[in-house]
Design a protein around this ligand. Structure first.
Ligand code: C2E
Ligand code: MG
Ligand code: MG
Length: 447
């Protein structure tokens, strides 16, 4: 079976052409840096240390930061005193720059223009914004660049502290060649209804673990479409459409049935865990939804306390009180209710005020890399504080590194989920994951 989304990065890098002369207006440069002039070069093994280009109009800062980088053990550090010079270097140099440390406020072409040009080109390297403009401005610039191929490793105030710079440079990955992005998969109403009839769904499970003990606390069931033509299709490609065409009710019913049956099997094997199941707001409009979920749990011998229903609201709730009624009825039956992706979209303080949630799940956009991020860290800590004061359990999703893990322990989060702990996996992969996790766990919980 072919996976539509592959997490593997191959060891490819870009080689720059060396014959672009001294052209310096922005449009010409963008064209010069773009498409066909780049050739893809496969390397046998990625370099262990990135080649760094430091771009700043302040010669003193260039001197200080380049010496620091050399001291830190990065042997390949080049400097550019202007964005125009940096573009010329990118065109001319035979070596590849893996990471660009970029100032924002520069005379002539400023950092924003430089990065937008780079982002529109085939440059697939990594960038760290390093500026005296304050982290909030830099974050907005980071947002402006979202969606391009360039990877922004993070933002730092000048002069950058060693530890923070090292943490970001540790996240550097070798450049990858531009992969042709296929058109987004669009499914028709008919295909979704057929998928429901033919049960083309499959569940993968992602662990949620307790931060104090490291013990497995639960699993989140995540649906995939085992598509006869496209292979495994991920939910972001079809949940919205399923909601629009009414296929979401049968889909959710299948997920509830399958995930609760899995929970009963796990309990039967002595694994005392909770099962988290994602619900769509659309599901909650049916007046008998809560009663049906209750009946299903009873039939499968599952206790509602062991089921955590995760709710994300991707669109504004209609004035109808039906979804709120369903949520209250589910809670009265003792199902857990989790506000998923907290901090994004409509998953907000107003929802927290109006719905009797028992768990708050902080969106991964406020978790991954939070230790060195002065914008998201206060939001993460604030969300944890709000949840605690409201007597809710807090889960952080998007824990990708050991650094994320330790920060969350320090700031008193309850549970975590993310690639650092385990990716979503098929049912039969869980025992092996658990075995390996038990080996990693002791080292992660000693303090
Ligand atoms: P979600 O409920 O917030 O699920 C977490 C998503 O983040 C999953 O994507 C998971 O694979 C991904 N993820 C987990 N750990 C990490 C990490 O460390 N880093 C990063 N970058 N990502 C991580 P997935 O499986 O593609 O699901 C996407 C969304 O689709 C889910 O977000 C959920 O809102 C929705 N969804 C999944 N299954 C169902 C379902 O059965 N019913 C409904 N209505 N929605 C579902
Ligand atoms: Mg979820
Ligand atoms: Mg989420």
């Amino acid at each position: 079976m072919m996976n539509q989304v592959s997490n593997q990065r191959d060891s490819m890098r870009l080689r720059y052409p060396d014959s672009l002369g001294e052209r310096s207006n922005a449009t010409t440069l963008a064209a010069a840096l773009g498409g066909p002039v780049f050739v893809v070069d496969r390397v046998a093994a990625p370099r262990s240390r990135p080649g760094i280009l430091l771009l700043d109009d302040d010669p003193f800062m260039l001197g200080v930061q380049s010496r620091m980088l050399l001291d830190m053990g990065y042997p390949k550090v080049s400097t550019a005193g202007s964005a125009e010079a940096a573009v010329r270097m990118l065109q001319r140099e035979k070596q590849t720059f893996d990471v660009i440390l970029c100032d924002l406020n520069m005379p002539g072409m400023d950092g924003i223009e430089f990065l937008q040009i780079l982002n529109a080109s085939s440059f697939g390297g990594n960038v760290i914004l390093l500026s005296g403009e304050g982290v909030r401005i830099m974050h907005t610039v980071q947002k402006l660049l979202d969606g391009g191929r360039m990877v922004i490793l993070g933002v730092l105030e000048k002069p950058a502290a060693r530890a923070a710079l090292r943490a970001m440079l540790d996240c550097w990955r070798p450049l990858i060649a531009a992969k042709p992005v296929g058109p987004a998969l669009l499914f028709t109403e008919l295909e979704l209804h057929a998928a429901n009839r033919e049960r083309q769904w499959v569940l993968h499970y992602q662990p949620k673990v307790d931060l104090k003990s490291g013990e497995l606390a639960g699993m989140e069931a995540l649906v995939r479409w085992n598509h006869p033509e496209h292979g495994l299709v991920y939910p972001d490609s079809f949940i919205g459409m399923a909601e629009d065409c009414g296929a979401i009710d049968a889909l959710t019913e299948w997920v509830l049935q399958e995930a609760m049956a899995q929970l009963a099997r796990s309990h039967g094997q002595g694994l005392r865990i909770q099962m988290a199941i994602n619900l769509s707001m659309e599901n909650l409009r049916a007046p008998d939804f809560a009663a049906r979920v209750g009946t299903l749990a009873r039939d499968l011998g599952v206790s509602p306390q062991d089921v955590m229903l995760e709710i994300t609201e991707s669109r504004l709730m209609s004035p109808s009180p039906a979804p709120l009624e369903s949520l209250v009825r589910l809670r009265m039956q003792r199902f857990g209710l989790s506000i998923d992706d907290f901090g994004t979209g409509h998953s907000s303080l107003a929802q927290l005020r109006d719905v009797p949630f028992t768990e708050l799940k902080v969106d991964r956009g406020f978790v991954t890399g939070a230790r060195h991020n002065q914008i998201i860290r206060p939001i993460l800590e604030g969300s944890i504080g709000i949840a605690k004061r409201m007597g809710m359990r807090v889960v952080a999703e998007g824990v990708e590194t050991e650094d994320d893990w330790h920060l969350l322990r320090e700031i008193d989060c309850d549970l975590v989920q993310g690639w650092f702990i385990g990716r979503p996996m098929a049912e039969d992969e869980v025992p092996l994951w658990l075995e390996q996790w038990e080996l990693r766990r002791p080292h992660l919980v000693e303090s």
